[in-house]
Design a binder for this molecule. Structure first.
Ligand SMILES: NC(=O)CC[C@H](N)C(=O)O
Length: 276
């Protein structure tokens, strides 16, 4: 593989953020940021093996039928790749075992959780142990959220960050674990990388609207134990420039780069340092 950071963004069947995600990858320094329709992967024309950083974009996979990303999860888990003995999930498994990076945003996070790719406690990659379900308020939420970063988390994407301010837009963002034991394991291992918080990024909160969906323990995103697989409901790709900020015309000290870009910069740096 040449010395290029190669990101892939999977599109199709209802994603709607793939261009923004590819743009964020490029802005963060990835030399390649290909938007690939899932059908291309299933046809065997594009292989995950040729990339370092897999992005699962937001949107409305299969119209949220059966619950958001549920049908998409089955597709990725069980669909065969044409012309090979493999399923797409085999390529994905290899991608993970090769030490590469995966980030799922919103619908992409829902997809990772429903496939069992996250949190994958004990390395069990196909067992679902958490979910993202209907917002506590019973309606779609479209607002900006403050996220407190856990400084002790192994998450590669949030390394060195204290907090980020990002937009959310979802109907099914309430994080729920299947048991108190799962929730405790997530917390003990610091896999709950980002939580909805107050505007100073100090205290996780269950108060609406700071916590827009009633997520357990205010969880907005989680990673696996390696820190290389990460999913979150808020959209980092939607805040990569100061003009994306909702009050950019009134707040004069906003830096040129948006806070969401930091997550992609961490990813690109990790690839350069570890995978090239
Ligand atoms: N923006 C998104 O990715 C939305 C995810 C999903 N369709 C939901 O409403 O929860």
């Amino acid at each position: 593989m040449s010395k290029q950071v190669k990101a892939i963004v999977i599109a199709g069947n209802g994603t709607n953020c793939e261009r923004e995600v590819a743009n964020a990858c490029r802005l963060a320094g990835a030399e390649v940021a290909d938007i690939v329709h899932v059908a291309e992967l299933l046809a065997g024309r594009v292989r995950l093996d040729d990339y370092h950083f897999l992005n699962l974009a937001g949107g409305f996979l299969d119209g949220d039928d059966l619950g958001s990303a549920k049908a998409g999860a089955n597709r990725l888990l069980h669909a065969p790749v044409k012309g090979s003995q493999e399923h797409l999930s085999d390529q994905l498994q290899r991608f993970v075992e090769d030490g590469k990076l995966v980030m799922g945003v919103c619908n992409g996070f829902q997809l990772m959780v429903k496939m069992g790719l996250l949190p994958a406690l004990g390395g069990e990659h196909r067992k679902q142990s958490t979910t993202l379900t209907f917002n506590e308020g019973g309606r779609f939420e479209d607002r900006w959220a403050y996220l407190k970063v856990d400084p002790q988390s192994p998450c590669i994407f949030t390394k060195g960050l204290e907090g980020v301010y990002l937009p959310i837009r979802h109907g099914e963002g309430k994080f729920v674990a299947d048991s108190a034991a799962t929730l405790k394991a997530l917390e003990d291992k610091h896999l709950t990388a980002v939580k909805y918080s107050d505007a100073a990024y100090q205290a996780p909160t269950m108060d609406y609207p700071l916590n827009p969906n009633g997520s357990q323990n205010a969880i907005a995103g989680i990673c696996d134990e390696s820190g290389r697989l990460f999913g979150l409901m808020p959209h980092p790709e939607a805040y990569v420039h100061r003009t994306h900020h909702p009050r950019w015309t009134r707040e004069d000290d906003l830096p040129e780069e948006g806070m969401g870009l930091w997550l992609y910069q961490n990813a690109v740096r990790f690839v350069r340092e570890n995978l090239l």
